[in-house]
Design a protein around this ligand. Structure first.
Ligand SMILES: [Zn+2]
Length: 398
């Protein structure tokens, strides 16, 4: 019997349920709790929860201790939210990113699927909506996972907007009630996320089988690979807020660049220039601009010694013509913004080891995964933004 689940918008209830579960280590549901080691220390996660989960046994009776408040933890809430003295707008606990993380952690607690795997599926669908806004219009809400009306309500369901779990099930729809309000609504974040979690669990999901479960749902190697990469990145950093970037060379070094994306180039046939060249001396450090996973590190006849890094926005960052790599890293490793991956050089345009056919520079390219291949787009505007942000941070630090 799986536990009956209900979300109730009362922060204190979660605290008490959490305490109850912690006090009952023998209970099956308590083991779920230990799996949700996520992004922040548990205290702060609990402290500002906007949503609460009640897990009861199959008799649907609330646990007796569920209404007992925990004064000690409550004071933790106050100290955390009042110490900043800022308005809600500046309070990170009021941001959509924070609310999204809370929802995902709640669902991890309920389903036993690690938060970073749920976050990875959600993030993949978010990037897909960005790449194909017509085919996958952005979903309104914290969660980006999309189901069609037919998927949700069932192929032969006469009511395509059905939100009754019983009739949805009867017609073979997938829609589930994730927040315990008795309705399974496509517009409800908790219902959508819980429905995805059930689909993964139903296809034999366990922590080891996540790649297989993802593949079963999407039936696509490329998508399955992305989602697994995203999950690894989230797990590694313990956070879903991985938006920080760095300029690819230290701003204190001598360098210059201008917008050259799309220009014709001389070597290797009729190709446009798929990147921005940052001219700098031999040996200037080349740094990862993003949080991501190294997909490629090796020789390419155009790019010379080059590195390719995939980020959680499904963007591929390409660094070419390096004089060498940072030997600390290899393909499959995870990096963060500012970490040195290699050094500026002039390698490329020939067989392995060819160098010096042009002045030393970093060729930096950005590619978006459109589901079939990676498409180049102009990195110049982003480089400008990251460069400005670093100058600003440096001025602030002085
Ligand atoms: Zn170039």
């Amino acid at each position: 019997m799986r536990p009956y689940i209900a979300f109730i918008r009362m922060p204190l209830l979660l605290l008490s349920v959490t305490a109850f579960l912690l006090a009952q280590p023998g209970q099956a549901s308590a083991s779920l709790l230990t799996k949700t080691s996520c992004c922040t220390n548990p205290q702060s996660v609990e402290a500002t929860h906007g949503t609460a989960i009640v897990i009861t046994d199959s008799t649907n009776q609330p646990q007796p201790s569920a209404k007992t408040a925990i004064p000690g933890k409550q004071s933790g809430i106050q100290s955390m939210t009042s110490s900043s003295g800022k308005s809600n707008k500046d309070d990170p606990s009021q941001s959509p990113m924070y609310a999204r993380r809370m929802l995902i952690e709640d669902m991890a607690l309920v389903t036993g699927i690690p938060w970073y795997q749920l976050a990875a599926v959600d993030q993949y669908e978010r990037t897909r909506s960005q790449t194909h806004p017509k085919k996958y219009p952005k979903r309104d809400g914290l969660i980006a996972i999309q189901f069609s009306e037919i998927q949700w309500s069932g192929l032969f369901n006469p009511d395509q907007a059905d939100h009754q779990p019983e009739t949805i099930e009867l017609f073979g729809g997938i829609g589930q009630d994730g927040d315990g309000d008795g309705k399974a609504e496509r517009s409800n974040d908790a219902d959508v996320l819980y429905t995805m979690a059930r689909l993964l669990l139903d296809s034999g999901m366990s922590k080891e089988d996540f790649p297989a479960a993802v593949w079963n749902y999407y039936q696509n190697d490329r998508i399955a690979r992305r989602i697994n990469q995203f999950a690894r990145i989230y797990q590694h950093f313990g956070s879903i807020d991985l938006s920080r970037h760095a300029f690819p060379v230290p701003i204190t070094s001598q360098y210059s660049y201008r917008s050259t994306w799309g220009a014709a180039r001389g070597w290797g046939g009729r190709r446009i220039h798929e990147g921005t060249d940052i001219f700098a001396g031999y040996g200037v450090p080349v740094r990862s601009t993003t949080y991501g996973v190294i997909e490629i590190m090796g020789w390419n006849r155009y790019g010379g010694w080059r590195v390719g890094i995939r980020d959680i926005n499904n963007i591929y960052h390409y660094y070419a013509h390096l004089s060498g790599f940072n030997k600390q890293y290899k393909a499959g490793d995870i990096v963060q913004p500012g970490e040195v991956i290699g050094w500026v050089g002039s390698s490329g345009y020939g067989k392995p080891g060819t160098s010096g056919k042009f002045p030393p520079h970093l060729h930096y390219g950005l590619y978006r995964d459109n589901g079939y291949s990676d498409w180049s787009f102009d990195p110049y505007p982003m480089l400008k933004r990251w460069e400005r942000a670093e100058y600003k941070a440096r001025r602030k630090a002085k």
